[in-house]
Design a protein around this ligand. Sequence first.
Ligand SMILES: Nc1ncnc2c1ncn2[C@@H]1O[C@H](COP(=O)(O)OP(=O)(O)OP(=O)(O)O)[C@@H](O)[C@H]1O
Ligand SMILES: [Mg+2]
Length: 431
Amino acid sequence: MFTHTDLARLQSQSLKMQGFIRQQTFSPESEKNLRRFSSWEVAELILGLNPSTFRGRLAADPSLPQGRVEEDGRQRWYALEEINELRRKLRHKGKPLLPPRPAGKRAIRAAVANFKGGAGKSTVALHFAHAAALDGYRVLCVDFDPQATLSHSMGLSDVAEEYTVWGIMARDLIRETARMNAAGRGAETGTALPERKLPASVTGMGLDDLRVTDFIKPTSWPTIDLVPSCANAAFVEFASAQYRHLNPEWSFFAAVDRYLDHLPEDTYDIILFDCPPAIGYQSMNAVFAADVLYIPSGPGYWEYDSTTSFIGQLAEALEDLGRFRGAVPPGTEPEKHFADIRFLLTRFEPNNDLHRAMQQAFHKVFGPHVAEHPIEMTRAVEQSGRFLSSVYEIDYRNMTRETWRRARASFDRAYDEFRATLVAAWDQLED
Ligand SMILES: Nc1ncnc2c1ncn2[C@@H]1O[C@H](COP(=O)(O)OP(=O)(O)OP(=O)(O)O)[C@@H](O)[C@H]1O
Ligand SMILES: [Mg+2]
């Protein structure tokens, strides 16, 4: 017979193995480092310049970052900071190399969500974050999933649960309850709302004292930050149910939205949410805070079936929020408006007849809501995953160049379409 102590023992064995893998793949300090990018990658894949034009520009202007000549002695290798400096200083056909970003608007937010497990959410979120950072954007990721796949793949494995979405939600409950109590006291006419009291177990955690930026951790990418998650944050679903009981007027679904509204101005361009495979308090917060909803789905029938249930459930859950009308702070509207909703096929095999048939079905049913470029099934995801890396992060010399290029090209096409969707959505945001 086995009990919870056996499970705990098995887990601690596994954690030792995980620590060993991190040490082997990251660095002796288990810290993840971002590699440099070769001049070939920088010219052709990142800045979109002809490699010989690129070399010519560098030779003509020694004040430009010149990278570092590494082992093979033939190519120069550039750090992301240097690539971003090149972006600011170089022009191509008279145009700057900076990615489009409407002036005066807040960061655009996209949620990668589906309640189907293993649909490719974390893989898509990770690769889009990396593609966007290489594209010159400043990215903030929010990991809403206590499996913490995104946090772990970004090198954050030692996270206290206070600093996760759970902490943001509990802090919001404290603040919103105080706001409601103050509004109740301030009411001159009519019946004042009864004062709501929260137990010391909630108010005593010191969350109210945390600043917005306390929840944000740097990653190995200089232009990607992360609000991480951790396994202990799994109880957020139980805790949130209890919190709602403590203050039934609390608009729990808007906690992260309110949090993000208080980010320091002009710090990020794109905010990406990785969601858990469930519709719960965390994913509702992600979806409610998002301008754009990206729904990855595998190319099989059961995945289509599950995606159909997901959008039905989500529609019901969002419709339900209407009953919070009047309970939300001025300026918030419980009716959720998305600037765009897209389905993205993942693990797609172009030569697989069944996958192609499923793709046609998606297009037929969801029309323009289906992203044109699916993410292809590729061993490069598996291979780079072994190094706890994305296809963008892995040094292409670690695998067959053709495999790497094909995988990268697939993510690039999907990212380009994602970017176009975001840029169009950005224009719809209020200044
Ligand atoms: N394009 C791809 N090619 C090959 N393997 C892939 C691809 N996309 C995802 N995978 C693999 O499929 C598995 C599930 O992917 P991922 O973790 O991204 O899904 P998820 O939707 O985030 O899962 P969960 O619901 O558990 O959060 C992983 O092992 C991942 O490496
Ligand atoms: Mg995931």
